[in-house]
Design a protein around this ligand. Structure first.
Ligand code: ATP
Ligand code: MG
Length: 269
């Protein structure tokens, strides 16, 4: 073992795309302050498919909200190194961040967050129309293709309330892909799906990483998925911990035990 111990911030990801430095999130509640993230350091490289695994309440959604900037952090910094220039997410102006996020990341929310007054196809064209990467005609065409990809095209003109939770989840996944972003951040994206459909979505994500070089960060409470990511990080009580079955002893920090993409399940086939 090297005598020089790398700090989690400096861990072995060659070129970091997503970087968290000492991220703390404290919620103010009626019962007092509650610290949901206790100084998280993390580096995710381009082309990784990272799973964040942990029990309910561990801080998974909070962590993703810090990466996407949909919620404020209390301390620390999140830096996204896309397009060659680092962006400190929480230093961006309110009016810039939504557009920047639209170009940079597709987000699948745990609660889907589909707009109830828009049809499914409109829910997917909206982010494209906001970002302007596609003409209105192209965006509708692309939205229908994405709905086909998640096998829900026949419901395209329905409102979200008229389809099931699992179907809504698939629309949320399609919407996250709409602008063809380099980064996909997905919170329990298979949580409402049957096992066959969940596997289909997992394979879709794996293909996006392997074939298109996307970077995906996916939250799950399903431990059995851990071996299918290029890397799995475990979170408990607001802290990243090394996975005990690999390290023997738990320690805080960024776990890169599964970093080698060649070991991933879909490349072994
Ligand atoms: N807005 C909030 N105000 C106060 N406390 C919150 C808030 N959001 C989350 N928490 C608390 O922070 C902790 C982490 O919550 P978080 O939603 O990140 O967990 P999670 O790992 O995503 O859980 P789940 O698997 O159930 O979705 C929990 O104890 C939760 O009660
Ligand atoms: Mg959650």
């Amino acid at each position: 073992m090297s005598s020089v111990r790398q700090s989690p911030v400096e861990s072995k990801v060659a070129s970091s795309l997503i970087e968290l430095r000492d991220v703390v999130k404290t919620y103010a509640t009626a019962a007092g302050d509650f610290t949901a993230l206790k100084g998280v350091n993390m580096n995710i490289g381009a082309g990784e498919f990272v799973g964040i695994v942990g029990k309910s309440g561990a801080g998974k959604s909070t962590l993703l909200n810090m990466i996407t900037g949909v919620d404020h952090l209390s301390e620390g910094e999140v830096i996204i190194h896309s397009n060659g220039s680092p962006v400190s997410v929480h230093k961006k102006k309110e009016d810039e961040i939504a557009l920047w996020r639209g170009h940079t990341m597709g987000v699948v929310f745990q609660s889907f967050q589909l707009l109830p007054m828009l049809t499914l196809v409109e829910n997917i064209t909206l982010p494209m129309d906001l970002c302007g990467n596609f003409s209105p005609k192209q965006s509708r065409q692309r939205a229908l293709e994405l709905l086909r990809l998640v096998e829900i095209e026949e419901h395209a003109e329905k409102l979200p309330a008229l389809i099931s939770g699992g179907q809504q989840q698939r629309v949320a996944i399609a919407r996250a892909l709409a602008n063809d972003p380099p980064i996909i951040i997905a919170d329990e994206p298979t949580g409402s799906l049957d096992s066959v459909t969940a596997d289909h979505i997992f394979e879709l994500f794996a293909r996006l990483v392997a074939d298109q070089g996307k970077t995906i960060v996916m939250v799950t409470h399903d431990e059995s998925l851990s071996t299918r990511f290029t890397r799995a990080l475990q979170i408990a009580d607001g802290e990243l911990i090394s996975r005990p079955e690999r390290s023997g002893a738990q320690s805080k920090g960024d776990n890169d035990a599964d970093l080698n993409p060649k070991k991933s399940w879909w490349r072994r086939k």
